[in-house]
Design a protein around this ligand. Structure first.
Ligand code: SF4
Length: 508
């Protein structure tokens, strides 16, 4: 595959800095990793410069310099990476801003993403609020016209704050603010170079199915309906599904997430998460007189039922899963004296059932299919009469998403999996891709993507765990498209039509 950003006419990055001091700071930070030119002060000179740079052979354009901060949380030396630039009759979006800002933060710099406005004269004390009226967080005098010279190339604007509403440009802080800003511009060099190296046209292979499964859709709907029916707050024991974005959105709507029932006030409504709970937790809720709504995925409930059935028939149940996962804790609780967690072949070797002819095994629903079947083989190898679940415990959503990521791995230089670190099925997708020989990373959003991963990656595979919202995938594609043209190809291995009904508590 051709490395992204390489090829005929590759002229590297052009960095436009209006003032000599800004150009010097950027040059010192970048070294020979980009060509820094001085474009002149103010919108008129910037517009002239844009005409000249429009035909340069560079493959990416960066605008760098100092700016006025417009919000109270910005201080001198902070960096603002423009999500869009408006002013002088222009509005230009810079889609890769979250990627560059995150790289700056990883380098230890304070960086924010937000709109920047280009104004036609220096802001005087008292003029900041008017400049911020359109939502801008920083103001400069050149970026909008300079971006006119991008001519379709990837472009980014990075501005270091030299003055703020509290410390305007004509104040005792002018010199210290300016020096702090120039220092940050210099320190931004490595991140800017990484941004430039990541630029290029690329293909995105989109795995299908991906993102929400039927159990997650149902669990989220249950919390929303419970809030509608009972009003806020509605308590949710554990994260309803393992995704930070989902949890934050529901918390905004009035859900209160707790670890254990002792954090729930008497008489409150509590939702059990999609991962299920043990009978002990249900018993505790009943004793407390709490009103409960059960969002346990029906496919998890099926495993619970199997555990109860095997245990009541006198079997030792070997539960293949990961210690500490909420689903595993819930299933273990169904028949604690008859169930043993097995995580490794050594755990299987250590099994000492009272009756070796009465061993059964079950699985956590979100395991890697290969790992789980190797463990099942170890159990049946040691106990040939061992019985497994009636139908696969690893759920359809886990299976389909693993098949889909395998299908794109061979054609990808890199796989990105959208999902949170505590999401078992998302982590398994990363492992599945890595086993196929492709570097793979779990990201909770564009801000977790390291620019160094993208350099040379002209084909990127993208998927999302069953608890990750589809919007995350769109955000990642949007951010990548700011690094150069992207062609998106969806690779579908299965079509899902599974739907689960609501629990009886919410049916009417
Ligand atoms: S991943 Fe599978 S078991 Fe878990 S909620 Fe989704 S459908 Fe249910």
């Amino acid at each position: 595959m051709t490395a992204a950003g390489q090829g005929a006419g590759d002229g590297g990055m052009l960095v436009c800095a209006p003032l000599r001091v800004e150009a010097r700071a950027l040059r010192r930070g970048l070294g020979d990793r980009g060509e820094v030119i001085r474009t002149g002060y103010g919108p008129a000179r910037a517009a002239e410069a844009a005409g000249r740079i429009g035909t340069s052979g560079h493959r990416a354009l960066a605008v760098g310099g100092v700016a006025a901060g417009l919000t109270g949380d910005l201080r001198a030396g902070d960096l603002v990476v423009a999500s869009e630039v408006t002013g002088t009759g222009m509005a230009v979006a810079c889609a890769s801003a979250p990627l560059l800002a995150a790289e700056l933060r990883r380098a230890g710099l304070r960086a924010q993403v937000g709109p920047v406005v280009t104004v036609d004269r220096l802001l005087r004390p008292g003029q900041h609020a008017a400049a911020a009226a359109g939502g801008a967080i920083a103001a400069d005098m050149e970026s909008a016209p300079l971006l006119g010279g991008a001519a379709g190339r990837p472009a980014v604007v990075i501005r270091a704050i030299s003055d703020t509403p509290d410390h305007p440009v004509v104040s005792p802080h002018t010199v210290t603010g300016g020096l702090a800003a120039l220092r940050s511009l210099r320190l931004a060099g490595d991140a800017l170079a990484a941004w430039s190296a990541a630029c290029g046209t690329r293909q995105i292979l989109l795995a299908a199915p991906r993102s929400f499964c039927a159990g997650v859709d149902r669990a989220i709907e249950i919390v929303e309906l419970a809030l509608k029916r009972h009003g806020a707050p509605v308590y949710v024991r554990k994260q309803i599904v393992h995704n930070a974005h989902v949890v934050a959105r529901l918390a905004d709507l009035g859900a209160v997430f707790v670890e254990e029932l002792d954090e729930v006030p008497d008489g409150a409504v509590v939702v059990f998460s999609a991962h299920g709970v043990s009978p002990q937790v249900r018993g505790e809720a009943a004793r407390r007189g709490l009103e409960t709504v059960d969002a346990t995925c029906p496919l998890v409930s099926k495993v619970h039922a199997e555990a109860r059935r095997f245990a009541s028939d006198g079997y030792l149940v070997a539960l293949i899963g990961h210690a500490g996962h909420e689903e595993v804790e819930g299933t273990l609780g169904e028949a604690p004296s008859a169930t043993v967690l097995v995580q490794t072949p050594d755990d299987v070797a250590a099994l000492r059932p009272a009756d070796p002819g009465k061993v059964a095994y079950l699985m956590q629903t979100t395991l890697a299919a290969d790992d789980a079947s190797a463990m099942a083989d170890a159990i049946t190898g040691k106990f040939p009469q061992a019985r497994g679940p009636g139908s696969d415990d690893i759920c359809y959503a886990t299976t389909n998403r693993q098949r889909a990521v395998r299908a794109i791995a061979a054609r990808s230089d890199l796989i990105l999996v959208a999902g949170s670190a505590n999401s078992s099925n998302s982590v398994r997708l990363v492992e599945t891709a890595q086993r196929a020989g492709t570097p793979a990373y779990l990201v909770d959003g564009p801000e977790n993507i390291e620019l160094g991963w993208l350099a040379g990656a002209s084909s990127i595979g993208l998927t999302a765990g069953a608890s990750a919202p589809p919007a995350l995938v769109d955000e990642i594609i949007a951010a990548l498209s700011g690094l150069g043209e992207v062609r998106v190809e969806e690779v579908t291995v299965a079509t899902e039509s599974v739907q689960f009904g609501l629990p009886k508590e919410l049916r009417n």
